[in-house]
Ligand binder design. Structure first.
Ligand code: KG4
Ligand code: ZN
Length: 348
């Protein structure tokens, strides 16, 4: 029986630890500490070497703080859940090595977690009644995946990006508009003061479940070059870009709802921190389906979602041994590429 899980996440540039405890309605958050590495903003992107060094410095204090805030000691922890991949190898290695060392020293159970599966579970942290079947959209800095989730642990891939991930598009557009890194929150903020004066392309909106964002980014680049007063146009360009992204996302979700017949969509990953997107999807889809989007601290990279996904696997009787390795390209366990006719020719 699992009563307390300690989660550790170090796949990119957040050092995070969380404690989940058993409650009658499901695993409940006792503490969550997220330490974001601000240093990367100076370089306009994550510098892997700096990220792993920062994780080494902070992982022990972050875990200690999470235990303290939960009011427990390591003795009460039943199992350790750690992100094993995908992510930056140097960053992943810190969390995995530390979790393995803790497991070896204490004899506690260990479970390696796939980072993207964590993002799917994030929405259950505040909404423990959320259950499959649902359509899940994971939109992060490195991935854009549309999934048919018939049951926990099974993920049928409906579509993915053919080029840039959604978050990557935000970050690149932010750079074009002279905004800082990470770009998503900056673009969202700027867009709020602008208007969609320019109709930008909605790539692949009419076909299937796959996404493409690089053409949209190039359209923004051309608009930036064509502008004779970028200072004046920036907010409108941000709003126009965001409107195009939202439209494509909503169209794919609507198509997936129709295709699966499911009553619920779950949106997760860093881009799901965008509250304007959450509001847009509620308005556009909320009347027909339940739209489940976790609050930003659970959609940004965090250890609570890793502990929650790990909890699920532990309850299924799975554990990792001390040979658990950090895998920058870890395949997603339970991900099926279900061939279906809709991936290429669906038009509505
Ligand atoms: O999931 P995540 O924290 O890290 C990865 O696993 O990749 O996602 C990070 C991405 C970045 O590209 C960031 O710009 C984007 O999420 N992001 C946002 C917002 N907050 C973060 N994108 C749009 N709007 C936001 N408010
Ligand atoms: Zn992530």
């Amino acid at each position: 029986m699992i009563d307390v899980v300690l989660g550790i996440e170090t796949s990119c540039d957040e050092t995070s630890a969380a404690v989940l405890v058993r409650e009658p309605r499901g695993p409940s958050l006792a503490s969550l500490v997220i330490l974001s590495q601000d240093i990367h903003a100076v370089f306009g992107g994550v510098v892997p070497e700096l990220a792993s060094r920062a994780h080494i410095r902070t992982v022990v204090p972050v875990v200690t703080r999470a235990l303290t805030e939960a009011g427990i000691t390591l003795n009460s922890v039943d199992a350790l859940a750690v992100t094993a991949g995908p992510g930056l190898i140097g960053s992943l290695l810190v969390g995995v090595s530390y979790a393995k060392a803790l497991a070896a020293a204490t004899g506690k159970r260990l479970i390696g977690v796939h980072h993207l599966e964590g993002h799917v579970f994030a929405a259950t942290l505040e909404d423990p009644d959320l259950e499959p079947p649902f359509v899940a959209l994971i939109i992060s800095g490195g991935h854009t995946l549309l999934l048919d989730v018939p049951t926990w642990g099974r993920y049928c891939l409906l579509g993915r990006t053919r080029d840039d991930a959604a978050g990557e598009a935000y970050d690149k557009v932010a750079a074009l508009l002279g905004l800082g890194y990470p770009g998503g929150p900056e673009v969202e903020k700027l867009a709020a003061s602008g208007q969609e004066r320019l109709t930008l392309p909605r790539p692949m909106i009419m076909s299937g479940f796959d996404f493409s964002f690089s053409g949209l980014k190039t359209a923004v680049l051309h608009a930036v070059r064509d502008s004779d007063d970028l200072e004046r146009d920036r907010a409108d360009l941000a709003a126009s870009f965001q409107a195009a992204v939202f439209d494509v996302i909503a169209a794919k979700l609507e198509r997936a709802l129709k295709f699966t017949g499911y009553p619920t969509i779950v949106v997760g990953g860093g881009v799901a921190c965008n509250r304007t997107l959450a509001g847009f999807l509620q308005t556009r889809i909320g009347g027909r389906a339940r739209v489940a989007i976790a609050p930003p601290r659970f959609n940004a990279d965090n250890a609570a979602m890793i502990a929650r996904a790990g909890w699920f696997h532990l309850e299924q009787g799975r554990t990792s041994d001390l040979h658990l390795e950090a895998e920058p390209r870890l395949p997603w366990p339970g991900l099926e590429s279900k061939p279906n006719p809709s991936t290429t020719h669906l038009t509505n």
